[in-house]
Design a protein around this ligand. Sequence first.
Ligand SMILES: O=C(O)CCC(=O)C(=O)O
Length: 228
Amino acid sequence: MKLLLSVLKQVNKPSAHGSLRLSSCAGSGLSPLRDEPLILGSSPELVGGLGSQVEVKPAFITEEEEAALLRELEPGLRKKRYEFDHWDDAIHGYRETERLSWGEACEEIFIRVRSVAFREGSRLLGPVHVLDLDKRGYIKPHIDSVKFCGSTIAGLSLLSDSIMRLVKEDAANEWLDLLLPRRSLYILRDQARYNFTHEILKDEDSVFNGQRVPRQRRISVICRNLPG
Ligand SMILES: O=C(O)CCC(=O)C(=O)O
């Protein structure tokens, strides 16, 4: 993980004012937030300007597909301990693994992820990265290594809703908050991936548009392409 992530800086919680409705949360675990916007930003210009470089697709996988992914992942993850102690890590309270081959049900999911997230001909990083965040875990602001990862990051969120925050690297007042419902897919591309830090908020900071979004244990399953 250290190879992929380099922590740039901690940022203070920004004050909210811009918003954009992207799509509905139907099928997620977030019934109180159904039909609320999934992406908020510091200004409508920023949200509009990033356009398709930031996407959240709610209910991208079904409950059955989530269960199929968990069946494949849980036995391996259970053998590892959550790591809390490394003060300089980009992630706090996590365990992780990588997986190259999947059973048929899961492979179908990845075919769908690849077809919506990556440009045709894009060379993908072989193994899928799996990050298991404890309820107390969180991911600090960072930009993924440009040496190892290409222009696109696409992640499925299992087990919990969460909030991903993007903050412009050279202008902390420019930010987006993404509400990631359980079983959604998020995609970060190009500028959003290179010029903004991204982070997953800790449970106590997990508030979206004034509404508390409790963070449980969360597993993310992340696909990336190769640089160049
Ligand atoms: O857990 C997530 O979805 C985000 C992971 C992340 O920040 C990363 O892999 O760079």
